[in-house]
Design a binder for this molecule. Structure first.
Ligand SMILES: *Cc1c(COP(=O)(O)O)cnc(C)c1O
Length: 397
């Protein structure tokens, strides 16, 4: 028998990861106070959370969750189709649909599963899913699970998407793209993509995990910002774990598309419904995200301050107007060394390296939040600039 031994295989893979310095570690946060986090007894300013609007610990949001927790308990106790679906889920779906101005919405446990659900419910053997090269991993996994062909186009290239669709004229087709790209912070060319989809009788699906709450009028996201409607984008993804500060996801779109997902999507049917307190928290954060424009205005101010300060120090910024601001470092070692230097100085910034980004495209991913102050942002940039020069001199000498 030549069956590989699984213990040996995982040992071997671990050794390879160690040799390549790619062992992933995690930290345990002991306390959190807005943008400050305590790790190993030291407080640091957090620049890697996706809590863009500062709602994760907002008083009214926490209260809403607490009230529901008291009344309804911790778990939903079953899947949506059995008895886990509660009125608060209806309310959440209704509020999202109203906010995004679409007919219907459907709550999911998280964005990863919602993406699996969309592609798997729409496409199968002989169909094609056309995707941006820098799409989130969950969209790539979704195409794999659906068993359709996956064709990728260069980042942000709508003509590339059109070419890929033309190359496969027979199966049903879906263009799937991030709205705001999670590692780059730039926005997909949704109007051009929508045109490509229309020309090729394909649907356009937008995963707006990082756009909703932050981008567009009333924070309605990239689709609204591009002035597209449900006819152009029959389905889009809203995550509750990023700008809305909670956990979970909602698909929003055309009635028949949403109804179809509710009937057939396995990641909807075969899992426990979102906890009611989570849904209640999201209902409250949506209210605040819509009403409190100052959160977006503050973000805009911080983004422009960050970019201006970084440019003055000649730091290599990405092309982003969103709270995701990459500093392009190139080598993995450099990105990691800079993140370590920043952490030592009291700032938490994510070093993003392959396979999350392509080889040679390692970066620091700075995430801004409405809860940061201008002084904190300035101090991050100054510290980063000093570390940047130091690391460069070390590399040269
Ligand atoms: C975070 C993210 C997801 C996954 O959402 P979760 O709710 O965290 O599972 C999907 N797509 C994109 C673009 C994301 O950034």
């Amino acid at each position: 028998m030549s069956r590989p031994d699984l213990s040996q295989r995982i040992q071997h893979e671990r050794q390879q990861r160690i040799a390549a310095h790619r062992l992933r570690t995690r930290r345990s946060v002991s306390r959190r106070d807005g943008v400050r986090v305590e790790i190993d007894g030291r407080w640091r300013i957090n620049f890697c959370s996706n809590d863009y609007l500062g709602l994760a610990q907002q008083f009214a949001v926490v209260n809403a969750a607490q009230d529901t927790l008291q009344r309804d308990g911790v778990g939903s106790t079953a899947s949506h189709q059995v008895c886990g679906h509660m009125q608060i889920h209806d309310r959440l779906e209704k509020d999202i649909a109203e906010w995004l101005q679409v007919p219907r919405a459907l709550a999911f446990s998280n964005g990863y599963m919602a993406n699996l659900a969309v592609v798997q419910s729409l496409l199968g053997n002989g169909d094609v899913c056309v995707q941006d090269r820098l799409n989130h991993a969950s969209l790539l996994d979704a195409a794999r699970l659906a068993g359709c062909h996956l064709r990728r186009y260069p980042h942000g290239d709508a003509e590339g998407a059109l070419r890929q669709l033309k190359a496969e004229p027979d199966g049903a087709a879906l263009i799937a793209t991030d709205g705001v790209f999670s590692m780059d912070g730039d926005i997909a060319p949704l109007r051009q993509l929508s045109l490509a989809a229309r020309l090729q009788h394909a649907w356009l699906y937008v995963d707006d995990a990082h756009g909703v709450g932050v981008v567009g009028p009333e924070g309605r996201g990239c689709v609204a910002e591009a002035k597209l409607g449900v006819k152009d984008v029959p389905l889009q993804l809203v995550t509750l774990g990023k700008a809305l500060g909670g956990y979970g996801a909602v698909l929003a779109g055309a009635s028949d598309a949403i109804e179809h997902l509710q009937q057939v999507a396995r990641p909807y049917t075969y899992t426990t419904a979102m906890a009611p307190a989570q849904a209640a928290a999201a209902v409250e954060s949506i209210k605040l995200a819509r009403r409190e424009h100052w959160r977006r205005e503050k973000l805009t101010e911080l983004i422009s301050h960050f970019r201006h300060a970084a440019q003055q120090h000649d730091l290599p910024l990405g092309e982003s107007d969103t709270p995701i601001q990459p500093i392009l470092c190139g080598s993995e070692q450099r990105a990691v060394a800079l993140a370590e230097a920043l952490e030592w100085s009291g700032f938490l910034v994510g070093a993003i390296r392959p396979p999350s980004v392509p080889e040679g495209a390692s970066r620091l991913r700075v995430c801004l939040s409405a809860s940061h102050s201008v002084e904190q942002v300035q101090s991050l940039v100054d510290t980063l600039a000093a570390a940047w020069v130091l690391k460069r001199d070390k590399a040269n000498g």
